[in-house]
Design a protein around this ligand. Structure first.
Ligand SMILES: CC(C)(COP(=O)(O)OP(=O)(O)OC[C@H]1O[C@@H](n2cnc3c(N)ncnc32)[C@H](O)[C@@H]1OP(=O)(O)O)[C@@H](O)C(=O)NCCC(=O)NCCS
Length: 176
């Protein structure tokens, strides 16, 4: 069975709702803190998370100890999906959870028609670019940072993409 087939009922994985916004913020800010040195603000805030929830989906991994990982996804035009803000609890990193979250995000988008996944990485994170390259993503371009007014260090986004293999569902839909 696909991990996401029953995404609201599989133990450990669920979609965030607007009621989760307030406590997703501290989780994201704590997780991103070591890599946030190039900005004068924290990674995010409640109004930004509320906007993300209007535009896309947070998929949460939880266990008895609470939230330990999340991934944000957006379904975009032209069969494209976007994945961002993969975050693993700092106490549980380097154990494969981030890789699993990326797969969850890709499967979520793929099951909803995405054929290409887009990712943006700040150019100050070559380690992260290399991590995504090991997961099959390629650099396709650059873009300006979205909110330059919060920057302490100049930076820009590196744009990365990965083509997804067609799912069996998509094949069935296409054959009708
Ligand atoms: C980036 C991030 C999501 C990775 O999460 P993670 O749970 O540590 O991910 P993984 O364990 O799957 O992989 C991390 C890397 O750790 C290393 N690693 C994994 N297990 C390891 C181990 N037992 N010992 C040492 N290193 C190990 C590997 O290099 C691995 O890369 P690989 O998958 O190519 O082999 C996490 O570091 C994080 O939340 N960072 C802060 C937020 C952030 O920057 N998010 C990304 C922006 S989209």
């Amino acid at each position: 069975m696909s991990l996401l087939q029953t995404e609201n009922t599989v133990a450990g994985l669920r979609l965030a709702t607007t009621e989760d916004a307030d406590w997703l913020v501290p989780f994201l800010n704590r997780t991103f803190a070591p890599d946030n040195y190039f900005k004068r603000t924290e990674r995010t805030n409640p109004s930004q998370v509320a906007e993300y929830l209007r535009n896309g989906f947070f998929l949460l991994l939880e266990d008895a100890g609470g939230l330990f990982g999340l991934v944000y996804t957006e379904l975009r035009e032209n069969s494209r999906g976007y994945i961002g803000m993969i975050a693993t609890d700092p106490d549980r990193q380097r154990g494969g959870i981030g890789t699993h979250l990326l797969q969850i995000g890709e499967e979520f988008c793929s099951n909803r028609g995405s054929r290409v996944i887009e990712i943006s990485v700040v150019n100050l994170r070559p380690d992260l670019v290399a991590w995504y390259q090991r997961k099959g993503y390629q650099i396709v371009g650059e873009a300006p940072y979205v909110r330059p007014e919060v920057l302490i260090l100049p930076c820009h986004f590196i744009l990365m993409e990965k083509s997804l293999a067609p799912t069996s569902n998509a094949g069935a839909e296409n054959s009708n």
